[in-house]
Design a protein around this ligand. Sequence first.
Ligand code: NAD
Length: 445
Amino acid sequence: MKIAVVGTGYVGLVTGTCFAETGNTVTCVDIDSTKVNKLTNGEITIYEPGLEKLFLRNLKEDRLHFTTDLAAGIKDASIIFLALPTPPGEDGSADLKYILGVASQLGTLLKTDDYKVIIDKSTVPVGTAEKVNAAILESAKKAGVNLTGAFDVVSNPEFLREGVAVDDFMKPDRVVIGTSSEKAKKLMGDLYAPFVRQGNPVIFMDERSAELTKYAANSFLATKISFMNEVARLCELLGADVDMVRRGVGSDDRIGKRFLFPGIGYGGSCFPKDVQALVKSSNEVKYDFKILNAVMEVNETQKLHLFPKIKNYFKGDLKGKHFALWGLAFKPNTDDIREAPALYMIDALTAEGATVTAFDPEAMNNVKKTIGDKITYAENQYAALQGADALIIATEWNEFRTPDFLKIVSTLKNKTIFDGRNLFEVSAIRELGFHYESIGRAPSI
Ligand code: NAD
């Protein structure tokens, strides 16, 4: 099949590459000419495990192309994915200007005798497929063209997780397709058939239900995180150990083991904005989604849950203190720093007169672009410890899990660790003589 993917960010590049991998010819379109030039020249623009190999292979096989020219990109495609940003607007609702802007452009480019399916892959509020449909028809009408019947708009939300995006895309747990068109349904079923060979379902539904499915899924996962973060806070007050509680709770099949790890809050480009957007959509229909309001409130405070512990330890005065920070990305295996809890920690520390040297395996360049020399950056995790009064851990990268503790002891000024991701066993670290504070567990000493 011939496919166009409009928007070549985390979702668009993975989508385009993975569809090329199954033999389709894909053209990715982006307005960012620097990005398009890099990709055309074989330089990958995001860090995503396993993606580069697939990207280079399909580029070489001439199945993957990049352009800034929307008209050229969609010309031969029968399927057009929109993988455009839907950032929160001022009031928290998803801003549809990118989606509807491209939809209007498509209205001037589609032809009456060249049927195409336009697919919302972005996370968009209920009713967006109808808005995209209307925007295309409207701009075509202005140009004197009646496109009725020449296209269908489908909702096909994306569930990939950054860090394992290629695996998630190639072997999805499920594919959700919202369409009321039999023609589009057949095309989408054929397109996804290679990805669900193992028998995972392609679930067809109406557009509105598909749109809501994505928000409900992300909001439920965010709820699980905030719930466990509250359990962790209670553990600290009641003298229980959240690790034990988590194991005891998660071994119930009805609950499941995943997404029960407490920490310093969820971040990233999806959970914060999607929960907020669903609350906004609920408010618009006069529904007060009480649980989600609490989920957001808990997450806001959880991002800085470690901070008072740090401040108390240093007797309320952080002026002149220096901290090593391990982890900047909002989660491991990605260079994405959008809404990363580490950035909130940096703001809080520096506002009190402390300084920070950070290390992250993949996200340092993105942080440098955002906050520049507000902090210093280390070449590796141990170099970050030099002269630091304490180590703070903000992201659970695997390489932080079993560090060389002797090196930590010999480099840090004090044997002090504040761990926002519960990487170490409290008892083991106590034996090493560290003052260690984490989430939902008693301090080591
Ligand atoms: P992104 O910011 O990484 O990428 C968006 C891309 O669109 C950018 O490269 C940008 O230059 C491009 N763009 C903007 N306007 C354009 C235009 N008019 N024409 C062509 N290109 C244009 O965003 P993302 O993380 O890939 O997310 C895209 C959508 O997918 C969002 O709705 C997001 O909520 C959703 N989503 C994201 C993830 C994730 O893990 N990142 C997962 C599932 C769903």
